[in-house]
Design a protein around this ligand. Structure first.
Ligand SMILES: *Cc1c(COP(=O)(O)O)cnc(C)c1O
Length: 512
């Protein structure tokens, strides 16, 4: 095993290191830290010639192999997992690159061609197959009367994560998935995407309450040691290392596409990423540290701008200055409505390790201290050299709802009819602010516009030749007529949810 195929926690960083399997199945490290590879592997020195012409799947294999030991997953098995994960995508190249403005060098990286039409599929299709692979191996050779290793995935969603997780785990052996959403408070399309999956192992709970209620219930279930141990609770939220890993591929892949287009190696590329929990853009950071010559990574937030405020001040603070409450703002880009960005801890670890510490342990101590500060006082102020080092690689922007709508309109006009979703629009707005003729900008497109019809309608209503019906893929139109599977939870109560989970596990035929 190479050092980069072993994992440590951002809050302890000591040996012994963990295997990839343990890292993926545990999700969160003990003590609240996040798992990171013990070292970031470099792409081979001749990666340009070796990797440039590979398919998305072949490239994923090369990249994943640097982080996963063949003694854990054999090359043949890994290839199979990758093939299966991306066979569900509608585009042959998985994540195609389109031109928005050739002259001003603005490109869009479309990440929404998976089963739920959002970028989270790129990671969650792979995570689902990984879970199944590890469980199958644990259960191999067991007889009918043996207790099987199982995972009961429980999560809360306000929309996007839920459907991507459900499509990643549907019909997977020895995994059950329970997704809690607030009844009547997710968009109709997202509600349909979740509840029309009727596989026996998929369970939708519509809770009479709001998203925070759902999230609180999930947290209390994980903290309930007896319940957790009895059902082997698992999480698929964006802190899982395998999700970050899976997202590295498209940075390399899109870079090679641009390189081949330009016919020269003299391109300076900046990636602009609509950001919530900092997972998507963190994958870009790993790509950069592996050796991909990314000139800069540009963060684009909506009005929930903790990251933008950080890069402008060095203060990581939950509440905006002048505001006296810590609340999430509801915006037109709801998948980015967050108070803090959980994956940002991983970047802080690297900055602390490189700027302040002489060992992994020491970096872990900084993170531990900062995260306690964040929890107790609501803010952390990092040393100036940490901020300065970060600013060499990152820039940031915050984008209002008005600007989000304006940009959807502007891009529609500029391209004679290409429609971007509001999350993508946050990124494109930031890109438009930066365009300089010198650099090539790749703006990441994280969702299909049909998923967020309100914002798109608001922007394009009344435009010639615009009709939302034309935006809707046939697959979405068909959802309305499909049978649904959903259990209404009458009030946001942990005990009600626990009872419903056990009932539905029994209905699945699971013995516990
Ligand atoms: C989750 C999500 C994002 C934010 O991604 P992070 O990895 O949390 O930064 C952006 N857009 C869409 C559509 C999403 O679903």
């Amino acid at each position: 095993m190479t050092i980069s195929q072993q994992y440590l926690s951002t809050r302890s960083s000591g040996e012994p290191y963990l295997s990839f399997e343990a890292t993926v199945l545990r999700g969160l490290a003990p003590g609240g830290g996040l798992f990171i590879p013990a070292a970031i592997p470099r792409a081979p020195s001749d990666y340009l010639t070796k990797w440039k012409d590979l398919s998305f799947q072949e490239l994923a294999f090369e990249i994943f192999s640097l982080y996963i030991s063949p003694s854990e997953i054999s090359p043949a098995e890994l290839k199979q997992l990758i093939a299966r994960s991306y066979s569900t995508f509608r585009d042959e190249t998985v994540t195609p690159l389109t031109v928005l403005d050739e002259q001003r060098k603005l490109y869009l990286l479309e990440l929404f061609h998976g089963p739920t039409y959002a970028f989270k599929d790129v990671a969650l299709q792979f995570v689902g197959n990984l879970f199944e692979f590890f469980l199958q191996r644990k259960n191999a050779g067991k007889s009918e009367n043996d207790i099987r290793d199982r995972l009961t995935v429980v999560g809360a969603t306000s929309g996007d994560t839920g459907s991507a997780a459900i499509y990643g785990l549907r019909n997977k052996k020895d995994v059950s998935i329970f997704i809690l959403h607030p009844l009547d408070k997710v968009s109709p399309i997202q509600e349909l995407q979740m509840t029309t999956v009727t596989d026996a192992n998929v369970h939708n709970f519509a809770v009479k309450g709001n998203f925070d209620d759902c999230q609180d219930i999930v947290k209390t279930l994980f903290d309930d040691i007896e319940f957790n141990q009895k059902h082997h609770l698992g999480a698929v939220n964006s802190i899982n290392w395998a999700r970050i890993l899976a997202q590295i591929t498209y940075y390399f892949y899109s870079y090679f596409t641009l390189l081949k287009k330009a016919g020269s190696e003299n391109i300076a590329v900046r990636y602009v990423v609509p950001t919530g929990n900092f997972g998507d853009i963190l994958a870009g950071f790993y790509a950069k540290r592996m050796g991909l010559p990314v000139e800069k990574l540009i963060i684009a937030t909506n009005a929930n701008d903790i990251l933008d405020r950080f890069w402008k001040s060095g203060v990581y603070e939950k509440k905006a200055p002048g505001s006296d409450v810590e609340t999430v703002k509801e915006t037109l880009s709801p998948a980015m409505d967050i108070l803090i960005s959980s994956n940002f801890e991983r970047l802080l670890w690297y900055l602390a390790r490189e700027q302040l510490s002489s060992s992994n342990e020491e970096a872990g101590q900084y993170i531990q201290k900062w995260m306690i500060e964040l929890k107790t006082s609501g803010k952390v102020i990092v040393p100036k050299q940490v901020l300065d080092a970060g600013l060499k690689e990152f820039a940031s922007n915050s984008v209002s709802d008005e600007q989000t709508v304006e940009t959807i309109k502007a891009i529609y006009d500029l391209t004679s009819g290409y429609i971007i979703d509001p999350h993508t629009s946050v990124g494109v707005t930031a890109s438009l602010r930066h365009l300089d003729g010198k650099h090539t900008y790749v703006s990441l497109s994280t969702a299909h516009p049909a998923k967020f019809g309100d914002a798109v309608d608001q922007a394009l209503q009344g435009k010639d030749a615009y009709s939302f019906d034309n935006v809707l893929p046939d697959a979405f139109k068909a959802l309305k007529n499909l049978p649904k599977k959903v259990t209404v939870i009458e009030k946001p109560d942990k005990e009600l949810v626990k009872a419903a989970i056990e009932q539905e596990l029994k209905d699945e035929g699971i013995v516990f």
